[in-house]
Ligand binder design. Structure first.
Ligand code: GLN
Length: 466
């Protein structure tokens, strides 16, 4: 990570990041930029450095914030109309911790509205374009954050991963994207999607940069009771010998470039002396169905607070209380938000609760157990992130199920709460990035990032604007 010092000023780093962000305007990466306050903070950091004071481990590093993190700076919209007028009264714990170490937020990044999606096409502000092909999607839901790093605008960006939203856009744009163990980073101050799978994580150029960000942001937070006791920085000298590959994922059906990247990485690992172990994980075939029952159920509950009364958008035409709810929510949510609210209500409704929600929770337990057993046989697991590289804009918007199928290899980790890192692993013939993911047991986050640092290098950054 390039940190401000006596030789490189924070002001010059922030100016450069803002200029690059403006040059990439057509990619629709940011929902808002923070020019004035970012430059003001940069000056303060430079003054600290000039006085010889400690300006923090992330002194002057410009970063991009996914638009579902609350911060007093700018409006938190979660790329929705219903939250567009929201000025947050507080900073999320992540923002607080990053800024205490001197990092400077230059802007908020575009996303699928409320993080529902895999392409950033569900944003109220329109889609973000892929860093390598403007006719293709950025991935989602944290598409803006992934492209902000891939275009070299910022050295890191925050993301949320409820079912792949960090790892999939990272792999679509050739950068690193990390979803930690559930509960490692506080969710306080982040717009909730599905509380039992929501994770805060990062996009960056290398595993070691993510390790630094994790050591700043991980830790127990009294404001989020699901956070784990501080474990991240504990030393772990375990030697990584055995890598699992899941035979239940039929790789003959994935894009050939992804299969080749996978086969190459397995061959490399073997050559470096790792033992490759085949795993049978039959319960994973239920993961996608389980996810699209449990997650909409939680979404329904979490989105009920957006009622047009307490905060956010309220329809001007409403004449009765019922109108306020239905007209504000009707105009404020995107179609995908509404689809999930309806699915969630359906699977929770009496008569269907046992058949869908309860059954899905039981299957979730099977999936959790399966990962536990798998990690008795290996140290980490290697899989693709998604079956395809970035698809064409508009290609899947009319077919939600084909969009959901893109998440088939990313959502199992969220259901089990285990960590996963997307690493850049090659490209297709036409130059689209291809990613793989390394999956570890709960709380193996640091060891996983260290291992990734050994088997994969710095991400390639594509600064070309055309
Ligand atoms: N694509 C997944 C979904 O649409 C993931 C979302 C996420 O991780 N926020 O639910």
């Amino acid at each position: 990570m390039k940190i401000a010092s006596k030789d490189v000023s924070a002001v010059s780093m922030v100016k450069e990041a803002l200029e690059k962000a403006k040059r990439c305007k057509n990619y629709n990466i940011f929902t808002s930029l923070n020019e004035e306050s970012a430059l003001h903070r940069a000056k303060e950091i430079d003054e600290k450095i000039a006085r010889g004071e400690d300006a923090g481990r992330l002194a002057g590093v410009p970063y991009a914030l996914k638009d579902n993190f609350l911060s007093k700076e700018g409006n938190t919209t979660a790329s929705s109309k219903i939250l567009e007028p929201l000025r947050a009264p507080l900073d999320s714990t992540t923002v607080e911790k990053l800024e205490a170490e001197g990092a400077i937020m230059i802007g908020r990044t575009n996303m699928d509205s409320f993080a529902h999606g895999s392409s950033t096409e569900n944003s109220y502000f329109g889609p973000t374009l892929n860093a390598y092909d403007k006719e293709r999607v950025a991935g989602g839901s944290s598409g803006g954050s992934a492209v902000a790093v891939a275009k070299g605008i910022v050295q890191f960006a925050t993301g949320t991963d409820t079912g792949g939203s960090i790892r999939q856009p990272a792999s679509f744009n050739g950068v690193y994207g990390f979803k930690p163990t559930y509960g490692t980073i506080s969710r306080y101050g982040v717009v909730a999607m599905a509380s039992s799978t929501d994770c805060i994580g990062f996009f960056a150029r290398s595993a070691s940069d993510i390790d630094l960000l994790m050591s700043v942001c991980a830790g127990q937070d009294p404001k989020d009771l699901t956070t784990l006791p501080d474990y991240y920085n504990e030393k772990n000298d375990k030697e990584i010998k055995k890598i699992g590959i899941i035979k239940d994922f039929d790789l003959s059906k994935v894009d050939p470039a992804i299969k080749t990247a996978f086969d190459n990485k397995v061959a490399e690992l073997k050559k470096d002396g790792h033992e490759v172990v085949e795993l049978s994980m039959p319960a994973l075939k239920y993961a996608l169905a389980v996810y699209y029952i449990v997650v909409p159920a939680e979404i329904t509950s979490n989105l009920s607070r957006h009622d047009g009364i307490r905060y956010g958008y309220r329809s001007e035409d409403a004449k009765s209380l019922d109108d306020v709810f239905s007209m504000s929510r009707g105009a404020g949510f995107m179609p995908e938000n509404k689809r999930r609210i309806m699915i969630g209500n359906f699977v929770l409704s009496s008569g269907f609760y046992d058949a869908y929600y309860l059954k899905a929770q039981k299957a979730r337990t099977l999936i959790i157990d399966e990962y536990k057993k798998a990690f008795e046989k290996c140290d980490f697991i290697l899989t693709p992130v998604s079956p395809n590289p970035a698809f064409k804009l508009g290609e899947k918007v009319g077919d939600p199920v084909s969009m959901y199928l893109e998440d088939v290899m990313s959502v199992p980790l969220n259901l089990a709460g285990v960590p996963g890192l997307a690493i850049p692993a090659g490209e297709t013939e036409s130059g689209l990035p291809v990613g793989l993911q390394i999956v570890g047991p709960r709380r193996s986050d640091k060891a996983l990032l260290e291992f990734a640092g050994k088997i994969a290098g710095e991400a390639k950054i594509n600064e070309e604007v055309e």
